[in-house]
Design a protein around this ligand. Sequence first.
Ligand code: FAD
Ligand code: DHB
Length: 402
Amino acid sequence: HRTQVGIIGCGPSGLLLGALLFRSGIDSIIIEEQSRSDVESNTRAGVLEQSTIDLLDEVDINERVLKEGIIQRCINIQFNGERISVPITEYTEGKVSTFYSQNLVVQDLIESRLKTNQRLWFDIEYARIERHDKTDDGQRPLIKFRRRNSNKEELIECDFIAGCDGGASKCCRHSIPKDEIRTIRKSYPYSWLSILVDSPPNGHEVVYSFDKTNGFALHSLRSPTKSRYHLQVSVDDKLEDWPDERIWSQLNKRLTLKDKSWKLNEGAIIHRALFSTRTSMTIPMQYKRLFLVGDAAHIVPPTAAKGLNVAVKDARILAEAIIDVYDNNTFDKLNNYTDKCLIHISEAVEFAIYMTSLLHKLDLSNENNEINEFDEILQRARQYQFQHSSALRRHIAQMFVS
Ligand code: FAD
Ligand code: DHB
């Protein structure tokens, strides 16, 4: 096979990159290890920033999100049962965020790609990047892959490869010689237990809640009839440690208001998963003609819903740079890919780390007691500032939607 851009991974970043390239007449092939139905049903992100909606608009794949997406104009942050509403639209000259499930974004992008006969192959058993060692000039990178239930190896010769293969990035990030990149990491001593619930959310706004006794909880939504909740749990916890009664009891304790004026709507839990709260950044995001995009290059802590939004921002920057090569025969933008991306990635990571430290219960039981006590003092100071400074709340609104 032959293409201009070989894209490994059919998540939001790979699909959006393909759509942006297609609009400029640049050919791509996407290969994906999972089946189409698995990719389309993955329960993950669901809050889209204005810039992500604008991007879907640019590639003309916005019909369903405009119809079914739920607009959010305020976010709520509460400390120990006292809630503060942050009017994001008022504070950002009209910007909003939109609830729309990641799997619907993925479905819409796949449908549009297949309708326009662009190549997208699911069920790839393994893929690796060839002609990629230090002795090769890297000018004509090659993807070698095999489809599930086939013993035939196939090759894709590419001008460029986009590594959009998600956080583990077994194929792309791991193909880069270790001394050519560096990954910096930070992890937290707690996980999130995330559930999808078959019951209407209480209002169309997120509620971030810090409860000093029990910890962090988050109320969110995916549709008028589906609610999404995330709970801070211990890093060693397993799903079996969290039967339904314990989940609801903790959510009620953590999200209830002092004046009891808000209550959550319990319902059947239709999906549950535990995931670690961590952050990482790989620098540079380029090796020869391979470019890492989205989660393959960075994981943003979950508190702030930035992961998907950051991933598609990378895709836009890479698309613009590749288009510049074909249109103007200049590699300047492409060679500046990492530096340009680092601006929005660092901002998102900073904001997500801030929100994480503002809202999670610190674990005072471990050996590092003194440091944690200090962290607790800083956390109280940050919470006080949030309660008393409208300038800070305006800043948070801007960071949330941009
Ligand atoms: P992905 O969506 O991970 O896509 C990568 C694709 O590559 C996958 O389809 C994978 O199957 C495929 N792939 C992997 N290896 C190969 C290979 N060797 N060959 C071919 N294909 C391969 N973000 C938020 O903003 N808000 C949230 O609420 C939120 N919740 C999350 C919950 C969970 C459980 C997880 C894991 C993530 C969550 N995120 C959230 C993060 C968000 O989902 C990601 O940032 C986003 O999916 C990144 O998109 P991506 O295209 O870079 O990677
Ligand atoms: C959601 C996830 C987040 O991390 C967040 O900050 C807000 C909402 C969600 O799953 O909807």
